[in-house]
Every structure is written in structure tokens, then in C-alpha cells.
Design a binder for this molecule. Structure first.
Ligand SMILES: *[C@@H]1O[C@H](CO)[C@@H](O)[C@H](O)[C@H]1NC(C)=O
Ligand SMILES: *[C@@H]1O[C@H](CO)[C@@H](O)[C@H](O)[C@H]1NC(C)=O
Ligand SMILES: *[C@@H]1O[C@H](CO)[C@@H](O)[C@H](O)[C@H]1NC(C)=O
Ligand SMILES: *[C@@H]1O[C@H](CO)[C@@H](O)[C@H](O)[C@H]1NC(C)=O
Ligand SMILES: *[C@@H]1O[C@H](CO)[C@@H](O)[C@H](O)[C@H]1NC(C)=O
Ligand SMILES: *[C@@H]1O[C@H](CO)[C@@H](O)[C@H](O)[C@H]1NC(C)=O
Length: 608
């Protein structure tokens, strides 16, 4: 080995020591500086100890911070958002009376099935499932086609519709069939079709949805009576079930709706509320549509409903009409169906053994048991894969009622809503004709007096001996109107949206600043200190390379593995004490010229 090679290595080694030394004395990590600068061993030991303690404390503290970060906690903040248009919600309306009595009467004359069914259920013995079988749900499960025929149709019941000062029509409503309670429900602004978004820029009842409906609650024929189902808490009422929900979500009028009575004008003022949740890893929310039924936007409620339906299908091999089902499940039969009940009915009525036969439907039994279990034990939810939507709009409602229509306006109201002046067919085909012609008769009689309201006529009208019959006719008209007509106004009260937003309680920026604080607190280290260490590493590596590449000629003779070996052996040759940092003057230069040599001409170890 040539002498100037050993010389260079010695020089490099000294450079390395100097670099380390420099870091120690100038570092921002003050503990290290103290160790490096201390001349007394005691002090060195003490500072080393303190540095170790500081290091340990910092490590513990850092682990706490990282654990805190990995918990991904969120806080919820609420914010008023102004100045943006607000999406008008979907409004789903259902008649609380699933069956239209008028239609039922018509259908009964055309087909014996309906009559047979009513006889069947009133004679047969269904045991504990009696009230289920005799309910509208049982009717639907056994007479699907008839149930659809006798349900209310929007084109018959919608008398008037205005939305944001423009007329709307029955075809602006989308049908949603609810087999359990309401049959035909209709959704305004469902956006399932090609209607575009309804954004609202104004508040108040004049700019919302206003509909006038006739409920079609005809008086039953004398002597006819319906069975009262004591187990149902919602049946046997007149009115509308209304649900206001975010567009494109699945309606659930039974669970999330409210009732509107006939004879009143009901105002539903809305205020939009938005819920924004943070996705993984903070929570489990999802931006997807409803997994099992992508026609609808995801809500956790409808997801669980569809999941329950799946469980019923899995366990009973039939579906329940009490829960929504997806198009793929439409082929399955309902659990409550008595297959061939018509034949059974014929047999039993011939043999006259009705009240001795207990009719048992195993699938219905299974369905009732499964649904009962699911409603008392929520553990099935884990397997459903249902998650909250990350963005969800709901609406706060305030509902108020006022008496409507006032007697003074009833005659003209009927004229307008039924379009009587153009065509009296619609009212003639409706049982409301009784109300109209009653009023018509009275009004035509007294109109001349009322029109010419001189003092004398007023006196005469006041004390007129109006026959009891006419008074009864007027009362009857008012009764019919109040039993059947209602007005519903749904509008936005406020254009500012309340947004409940989840925010990361402790995000990456917080973590970094806390790490900075911790390292500073325990060790006096900052990013720049770490950069110093990086620089040190780079410089040490550079020196290492320099020593190996100094004599490229020799590189041909020695393999690189050999070079490393040489390097490590030579280390032992140099005594450790040839270099004393404290007698060494400040390190002069370690810049390199283009050839990798140091620019300093003096041999670095020559005494100065
Ligand atoms: C109702 O439907 C008609 C035609 O399909 C459409 O032009 C109109 O904008 C709709 N109205 C509303 C309020 O959606
Ligand atoms: C997310 O769901 C998984 C299982 O699906 C559950 O283990 C985890 O606790 C849920 N996380 C949150 C924040 O709810
Ligand atoms: C459902 O029934 C239709 C015919 O009624 C049939 O073509 C289809 O394959 C059935 N689907 C399933 C999933 O059974
Ligand atoms: C069964 O009904 C018949 C009439 O339909 C009646 O005469 C008979 O007493 C009833 N039997 C029982 C056990 O109720
Ligand atoms: C409706 O009934 C009224 C009275 O009963 C009658 O005067 C009118 O002509 C009828 N209208 C139609 C279109 O049948
Ligand atoms: C109004 O009533 C008075 C008293 O009954 C009568 O004299 C007068 O002619 C009436 N006027 C009209 C326009 O019918």
C-alpha cells in the first residue's frame, strides 16, 4: 500500500471525527452539546444521563401522541350555511285508508273474490295470526291484483297541485307501493325520472308545494261494516300520511311520516339540516348508494329494512310484505299467502266445517317469529354491512293546522277543484256530488237576496225561516267536505342550512406540532437538528466514498469487497489517541475540488 494512501485515510478519519465533533458542539440539541463540550467526566456522565432520560420521556410522550392520533376521534361542529339554494325535499303522501271504499264497492260487483275473502277471514280460524290475516296486509298478500285495483290512485284523488307558483300534475308523482299499511303512496319530486333538481330560492307557503286532495272516504253502505283491528295502532283513520325526506331516498311513511287530518289546511314548514360524517378511518360512513337497491340513495334505515327482508327470505323461503323488497326478490311469494285459498273456501263452505278448522300457515308463523326476533334483538345489524351515508340531508318540520275550507268558500271551492263550470262529469262521478248539489240548491235559492244586501233584505235573511231540511242539507255538505278534502302546504321556512359537520379531533397537523413540542421539550430537538444529523450522515458517507475512490488505479487490482476489508483492517492500525479534538484547531476545510481531493494543501494533521 502506498504511503500517501495511508496518509489520506488518516486524514479522512480525522475529518469524520471533526464533523461529529462539530455537530456535538454546535448542535441545537443542547444536551449533546453539553456532553461534547464538557471536559470533566462527571459532567459528561451527568449530561449523558439527562439526555437518556429526556430521550426516554420523549419516546413515551410520543407514543401517547401517536395512540391519540390513531384513535381517529371526531368532534361535531354545527355551522349555518347561507346564500346557497336549498334542495326541495321529496314529499311522499299516502292515504291512511289503504282501500278506496268507492273502488271496493265497484270491484265487489265485478268479482266475487273480494266478497269471498271477507267471508273466508270472518269464518275461518287463524289462531293467533287472526288480526294479521284480516288486516290490509293479509288482503294484499292474498289478492295482489285486487289490492292494486282498489288502492287509491293519485289521478282520482289529487284535486289541485301547485309547486313554486307553477301547476303540477299527477304524473309529477311517482308511485311507491307499501303492502303493509297504505298500498299506493305517491312521491313528489322523487327525481327517479328525468325531472331535474328542484332548488328553492324563496321561502314561504306561496313558493312551496301545495296540494288539495280528496280522500275518497265515502260513507259505507248502510249495514256494511269493517272489522276493527285492535292490534293496529294506526289503522281506521282518515287523513294523509306524509313523509318529507331527502330526494332519492326510499320512502318509509310508516316510520318517519306524520298524519294530516281532512278538513284542515296543514302547513309544514321545513328547515334543512345537513349531516356530514367523516369517512374511514374516522368512521364507517359511505358515499355509495343503497347497496341492495341502487335506485335509492343510502340511508341506514332502508339498508336495515332490506337486510331484515333478506333474513326473512333466508329463514322462511318467502318474503314479507311488511318490508321493502328489491326487484330481484319480486318472484318470491309472500309469507302470508294462503295458496289456493279460493278452493279451500269452496270446500269448507260446502262441508260447513269452517269453525272447526284451524288454518295454519307455516311460513306466516315463521315470518312472524323472525320479525319478532329481529325487532327485539339488534345483533343481526352487524352482519348487514350497513353504514351511515357520509352526506345526509334531513328536514326539521313544524306543522300547524287551520280549519279549511271555510263554509263561506265551500261552494266555489268545489266548483274550482272539480272544474264543474267546464265539465260536471268529475263531480257527478264522485260521491262529493251530493255535497255540491246540496249547496247548489240552497245557494241558487237565496242568492238573489244575498246579492242585493239592502237593509230590508238583510233583515229578511237574518230572520228568514230557513227550513230545517235546507239546514240539514247544508250541514251534510259541510260534513262531506270536511270528511274528505284537505290541503297540504309544504314549504321551506328558512333558506339557511344547518350543517352538523364532523371534524377530526386530532389531525396530522396537530400530531406534527405536538411531536415538535415534545422533542423540543424533552430533547431540544427540532427539524433543523434532525437535518444536521442527516447532513452528518451524508458527509460521513461522502468521506467513506472519497477514501475508496481516491486511487482509481488500485481499484482494478482490488475488488470492492476487498476494499471494505482493507478499510476495516486499517482502522485497527491507527491508534485512537492520535486525534485529540480539543487540541485540534477548528477544522479548516473539507470542501472538495473536482477530483475529490480536499482543497486544503496543508496536511491536516500537521501541527500549527
Ligand atoms: C311536471 O311534469 C312536467 C312534464 O313532465 C314538467 O314539465 C314539470 O316541470 C313537472 N313539474 C314539476 C313541479 O316537477
Ligand atoms: C367500522 O366497522 C367495523 C366492522 O365493520 C368495526 O369493527 C368498527 O368498529 C367500525 N368503526 C366505527 C368507527 O364504527
Ligand atoms: C322471475 O320470474 C321471471 C318470469 O316470471 C323469470 O324470467 C325470472 O328468471 C325469474 N327470476 C328469478 C330470479 O327467479
Ligand atoms: C259452527 O257454525 C255453525 C253454523 O255455521 C253453528 O251452528 C255451530 O254451532 C258452530 N260450531 C261451533 C263449535 O262454534
Ligand atoms: C251532472 O249532474 C247534474 C245534476 O244531477 C246534471 O244536471 C248534469 O247534467 C250532470 N252532468 C253530466 C256531464 O252528466
Ligand atoms: C233589491 O231589493 C229591493 C227590496 O227588496 C228591491 O226593491 C230592489 O228592486 C232590488 N234590486 C235589485 C237590483 O234586485
Amino acid at each position: 500500500m502506498p504511503p500517501n494512501d495511508t496518509h489520506a485515510r488518516k486524514k479522512n478519519r480525522k475529518s469524520a471525527m471533526a464533523i461529529v465533533q462539530e455537530l456535538g458542539s454546535e448542535s441545537n440539541a443542547h444536551g449533546l452539546a453539553k456532553i461534547a463540550m464538557s471536559r470533566k467526566t462527571k459532567r459528561k456522565v451527568m449530561w449523558s444521563l439527562l439526555v437518556i432520560i429526556g430521550f426516554t420521556a420523549a419516546a413515551i410522550h410520543l407514543s401517547f401522541l401517536v395512540i391519540k392520533y390513531l384513535q381517529y376521534n371526531v368532534v361535531e361542529v354545527s355551522e349555518m350555511k347561507d346564500g346557497m339554494p336549498v334542495e326541495f325535499p321529496s314529499v311522499t303522501i299516502c292515504n291512511t285508508q289503504a282501500l278506496s271504499l268507492t273502488k271496493l264497492k265497484d270491484r265487489m260487483n265485478e268479482t266475487p273474490d273480494i266478497n269471498n275473502w271477507f267471508q273466508f277471514i270472518s269464518n275461518a280460524n287463524f289462531g293467533e295470526h287472526f288480526s294479521r290475516v284480516e288486516s290490509v296486509q293479509g288482503f294484499y298478500e292474498n289478492l295482489f291484483q285486487e289490492a292494486k285495483n282498489v288502492g287509491h290512485e293519485i289521478k282520482d284523488t289529487l284535486l289541485h297541485c301547485r309547486f313554486n307558483q307553477r301547476p303540477c300534475h299527477p304524473h309529477n308523482f311517482t308511485r311507491y307501493f307499501n303492502g303493509k299499511n297504505y298500498y299506493n303512496c305517491y312521491t313528489f319530486n322523487s327525481k327517479q325520472g328525468d325531472h331535474d333538481m328542484q332548488y328553492m330560492h324563496t321561502t314561504g307557503p306561496q313558493h312551496g308545494l301545495s296540494i288539495v286532495m280528496a280522500l275518497d272516504n265515502d260513507d259505507p253502505p248502510l249495514g256494511a261494516y269493517g272489522l276493527y283491528n285492535q292490534e293496529s295502532n294506526i289503522e281506521h283513520t282518515a287523513g294523509l300520511r306524509v313523509q318529507v325526506h331527502a330526494p332519492q331516498t326510499m320512502p318509509s311513511p310508516m316510520d318517519h311520516g306524520f298524519d294530516i287530518p281532512p278538513g284542515y289546511s296543514s302547513s309544514v314548514g321545513l328547515k334543512a339540516v345537513m349531516n356530514s360524517r367523516k369517512p374511514y378511518p374516522y368512521g364507517n360512513c359511505t358515499y355509495d348508494r343503497l347497496k341492495r337497491y341502487p335506485k335509492y340513495r343510502n340511508t341506514i334505515f332502508s339498508c336495515f329494512q332490506l337486510c331484515k327482508q333478506e333474513i326473512v327470505i333466508r329463514e322462511c323461503q318467502c318474503r314479507t310484505s311488511g318490508l321493502p323488497s328489491t326487484p330481484e326478490q319480486k318472484n318470491l311469494s309472500y309469507c302470508g299467502t294462503f295458496h289456493h285459498w279460493q278452493n279451500l273456501f269452496q270446500q269448507l263452505s260446502k262441508s260447513g266445517s269452517f269453525n272447526r278448522t284451524h288454518l295454519y300457515n307455516q311460513k306466516l308463523d315463521c315470518e312472524v317469529k323472525v320479525l319478532h326476533r329481529l325487532s327485539n334483538d339488534r345483533s343481526y345489524e352487524v352482519g348487514c354491512g350497513c353504514f351511515q351515508p357520509c352526506q345526509e340531508t334531513s328536514y326539521q318540520k313544524s306543522i300547524s293546522l287551520s280549519y279549511w275550507p271555510l263554509e263561506f268558500n265551500q261552494y266555489n271551492a268545489l266548483q274550482t277543484f272539480y272544474g264543474i263550470l267546464e265539465d260536471s262529469n268529475r263531480i257527478n262521478n264522485s260521491f262529493m256530488s251530493e255535497a255540491y248539489y246540496n249547496l247548489h240548491e240552497i245557494i241558487k235559492k237565496y242568492e238573489p237576496l244575498a246579492q242585493n244586501m239592502t237593509g230590508e233584505n238583510a233583515e229578511q235573511l237574518l230572520h228568514a225561516d230557513i227550513p230545517m231540511d235546507e239546514r240539514r242539507k247544508q250541514a251534510r255538505a259541510t260534513q262531506l267536505i270536511h270528511q274528505n278534502l284537505l290541503r297540504l302546504n309544504v314549504y321551506l321556512e328558512d333558506l339557511s342550512v344547518i350543517e352538523f359537520k364532523q371534524m377530526a379531533d386530532y389531525d396530522i397537523a396537530d400530531l406534527l406540532s405536538d411531536i415538535g413540542g415534545t422533542l423540543g421539550l424533552w430533547m431540544g430537538i427540532s427539524i433543523l437538528t434532525i437535518m444536521e444529523l442527516v447532513e452528518l450522515a451524508i458527509r460521513l458517507v461522502a468521506i467513506l466514498f472519497k477514501s475508496e475512490n481516491r486511487y482509481p488505479d488500485h481499484m482494478d487490482d482490488h475488488s470492492s469487497a476487498n476494499g471494505i476489508l482493507e478499510h476495516s483492517t486499517e482502522r485497527a492500525i491507527y491508534p485512537q489517541d492520535t486525534y485529540d479534538p480539543y487540541t485540534q484547531p477548528e477544522f479548516q476545510s473539507f470542501e472538495k475540488n473536482d477530483y475529490g481531493r480536499t482543497t486544503n494543501d496543508l496536511p491536516p494533521d500537521s501541527p500549527i
